[in-house]
Design a protein around this ligand. Structure first.
Ligand code: GLN
Ligand code: ZN
Length: 760
């Protein structure tokens, strides 16, 4: 029974790749050295796989920036605006695509989330006049090199249907018409790889979604016939992940590939259906080790799937693999020595997951009589009996939630009347919460964390920042103020650090895009609030001003989506526990006199699963969690929420069901296009479409914001329109944020005067 993983994280145990990339970009490292460091990392990752006892080592999973970009380069699908970069040195050209060319003023390829993960890929662009010169990629060289070094390489490519589905076509360009140009490049590439390996992984995660257009699907069979032929007798592994194959199962089994890989974590239920239709000459790779979490596998559970498959198709036709690439989990749990043993014992990062696969094979081959199985069961048992895993009071409270806890006292129309006491002007101005995180703030937080600052000094330093922030907002003339979030390093971590059931790794970095990594908090036990988390800061801010200060919280869904959640409990149940903790904070804020409270759900959209049915289930519990967190207040208290994206036409009814009084959303980059959706759907509450893009240092002019507000007023009645930037300002400098907000307020004053006149 062969074993393999779909990919190993590129970034390195100590984030070596990050450091190397950033030094290279700053001209402190030569191209040769960067490539040398990469070569070393790759070899090290192959060694880890081989030493763990895996049969294949994966090639082509390593990328200097992003694998979709690598595929785009291999295909030579370079958008015309990059033509001036073509004569640059190869690395310079590559990074121009990834990061833009500031010199020549060429914007980078767009970046977006890879399916429902937190990883971002660079979006291919299909242009009418696009260049299609097949580029090079070190994959063939690497495959050869790995073989020479005594490894058994399995190169991995993103398949043509996934690549094209995710590509963005310029208007008027029919992207699927380019399939006939893409396929020959794949054929050539496969033919180059085949002599140096016996198996090639071709990834089509799009088969696990509903995105593949039926016109394209009709060509699937023929295209794969060509690709298989190009492999000259070597095995092609059609690789799917992130969900069950569902309606594309037939396509997959008719692909003519030698092996089909399926996700047994996110698509556990599909096994029976796949086995029933799997052709006799197709082997099945079971993705049984979760590539997207940090926990040890439940061996018994995994083995029952293996046995089911073996009993139907025989052991020679079964392979064991990771559910998806291990890109989505950190590198090595052995680094986490500071965590309590009962947590550390349960953890498996990429290195450990490789070993798990080999162990699962060994257990299976031993007929189930293996010490590792008993050991695994014992470890998982200790976890479940640990007191933090199951706190009676938390469970009871969660179980006693009824629909009454999910609803405000009155419907929105009545609440609106109850909130007029806030006395806000027409088109109230506000911000999304955070203000520039200055060097002074970061230094204070760091000193404090390292023990170089007393509690009292730290509190004084943060209060100073809050005071400064309130003064600036007063000077700007904003209507609803915020405290500025100076005490928060990160909107999830800040709360996680104060909640029971969360812990933090020392080195659990995961690549988010390029050289950027995140270190998600870990939810290992039942979640509960120990004490108020934000009340003192907000109250202090409120004590400095007559204007209302908005309380600022992170919502339960976002906390869940941006953490590694425990896997011994449903996500919806974990979310409910977090929601109850936030609910307590909301009520404490209200009791303390804070009557506008914002609960950010920045991640609600991205947490959505890929198929319609699963998405519905998710949205149901996600919206319930928000309502549970937010609805324990009086009608006269105003609940805001904030979302960081604009593509939510499809989920607008669910956004409405969240039943917030005010919602702020990203929209300036789309020129307020999303407002159409709000008119069509007839959203009844108040809306603050962001009037300027905080992701750019550019200071928007008064005129352009007046223009956007006019546009917004064409869709939203003036009584329901709020004015705010797109998102939090923490990544900006005051030199940018202050004048930008000044212009925003000036724009509002102009529009208010105009509206007052026109209503006379
Ligand atoms: N309140 C947070 C901030 O202003 C929201 C950030 C976000 O939406 N990602 O930074
Ligand atoms: Zn945002």
């Amino acid at each position: 029974m062969l074993t393999h993983i779909l990919g190993f994280p590129s970034i390195g145990k100590q984030r070596e790749l990050k450091q190397a990339l950033e030094s290279f970009w700053q001209n402190k490292l030569s191209a040769e050295s960067l490539l040398e460091i990469s070569a070393k990392l790759k070899k090290h990752h192959w060694r880890i796989q081989k030493d763990a006892g895996l049969d294949y080592v994966t090639i082509g999973d390593f990328s200097l920036y992003d694998r979709m970009l690598d595929m785009t380069c291999m295909l030579g699908a370079i958008p015309p605006r990059f033509i001036p970069c073509l004569d640059d040195r190869p690395l310079g050209r590559y990074f121009s695509l990834a990061r833009g060319d500031g010199w020549r003023n060429i914007p980078a390829l767009e970046m977006t989330k890879w399916f429902d993960t937190n990883y971002h890929y660079l979006v291919p662009e299909i242009d009418a006049g696009g260049l299609w010169v097949a580029g090079e990629h070190p994959m063939a060289e690497d495959t050869k090199r790995a073989k020479e070094l005594g490894f058994s390489p399995k190169p991995a490519l993103i398949g043509p249907f996934t690549w094209l589905t995710l590509a963005k076509a310029r208007s008027g360009v029919l992207k699927w018409s380019r399939l006939k140009e893409v396929v020959p490049v794949y054929e050539k590439l496969l033919a180059r790889l085949a002599p140096h390996c016996d198996c090639i992984q071709i990834e089509e995660p799009v088969l696990c979604t509903e995105f593949l257009p039926s016109k394209a699907a009709r060509q699937f069979h023929d295209v794969y016939a060509l690709l298989n032929a190009a492999c000259g007798g070597k095995k092609l592994m059609l690789t799917t992940y992130f969900g069950p194959l569902a309606r594309n199962l037939e396509l997959a089994v008719a692909s003519g590939c030698a092996i089909l890989h399926i996700d047994m974590v996110r698509g556990r239920e599909q096994l029976g259906a796949v086995l029933a239709v799997l052709p006799g000459d197709m082997a099945l790779s079971l993705g049984i080790v979760d590539g997207r979490n940090i926990w040890k596998s439940d061996y018994a559970k995994a083995l029952s799937l293996v046995e089911q498959a073996v009993s139907e198709i025989g052991g020679e036709r079964v392979l064991l693999g990771s559910s998806c690439s291990l890109l989505h989990c950190p590198v090595d749990a052995a680094e986490e020595k500071a965590l309590p043993e009962h947590i550390r014992n349960r953890m498996a990062f990429a290195v450990q997951k490789c070993a798990e696969l080999a162990t699962l094979r060994d257990i299976h081959e031993s007929g189930g009589n293996h010490a590792a199985l008993a050991e695994n069961m014992a470890i998982l048992r200790t976890a479940t009996v640990h007191p933090d895993s199951h706190i009676k009071a938390v469970r009871q409270r969660s179980a006693s939630v009824t629909s009454a806890h999910l609803a405000r006292q009155s419907a929105y129309s009545k609440r609106r009347a109850a909130q007029t006491w806030l006395n806000l002007p027409l088109l109230p101005t506000t911000t999304i919460g955070s203000f520039p995180q200055t060097a002074a703030i970061r230094k204070a937080r760091l000193d404090y964390r390292k023990g170089g600052m007393t509690d009292a000094d730290y509190i004084a330093a943060i209060k100073n920042e809050i005071k400064d922030c309130i003064e600036r907002q007063e000077k700007l003339g904003l209507d609803v103020l915020v405290h500025g979030e100076a005490e928060r390093n990160d909107m999830v971590e800040y709360f996680g650090q104060q909640l029971g059931g969360f812990c933090f790794t020392r080195n659990g970095w995961v690549q988010s895009y390029g050289s950027r990594c995140v270190k998600p908090p870990v939810i290992y036990g039942d979640v509960y609030r120990k004490r108020p988390m934000t009340v003192d800061w907000i109250l202090y801010a409120q004590s400095l001003t007559q204007k209302p200060v908005k309380g600022m919280l992170t919502g339960p869904v976002t906390m869940l989506c941006w953490s590694f959640a425990r896997d011994d409990m449903e996500r919806s149940d974990v979310c409910k526990q977090i929601a109850l903790a936030i609910r307590d904070e909301v009520q404490d804020l209200e009791r303390a006199g804070i009557r506008i409270i914002q609960i950010d759900e920045a991640a609600l959209r991205e947490g959505m699963p890929l198929t319609r049915f699963e998405a519905e289930t998710y949205l149901q519990w996600a919206v319930d969690a928000f309502r549970l967190a937010s609805s324990g207040v009086e009608d006269s208290t105003q609940i805001h929420t904030h979302m960081c994206y604009s593509e939510f036409n499809a989920i607008l009814p669910w956004i409405a069901k969240m039943d917030a009084d005010v919602i702020s959303i990203e929209s300036s980059r789309s020129g307020m296009k999303l407002l159409d959706a709000f008119t069509e759907f007839h959203y009844q509450a108040e809306i603050g479409p962001g009037v300027y893009d905080i992701h750019s240092p550019r200071i928007p002019t008064v005129e352009e914001m007046v223009e956007l507000l006019r546009k917004a007023l064409g869709h939203i009645p003036k009584e329901r329109l709020w004015v705010n930037p797109d998102c939090g300002l923490k990544t900006r400098q005051w030199e940018e944020a202050y004048p930008a907000l000044g212009n925003m307020v000036a724009a509002v004053l102009r529009v208010r005067a105009y509206s007052a006149q026109s209503s006379k």
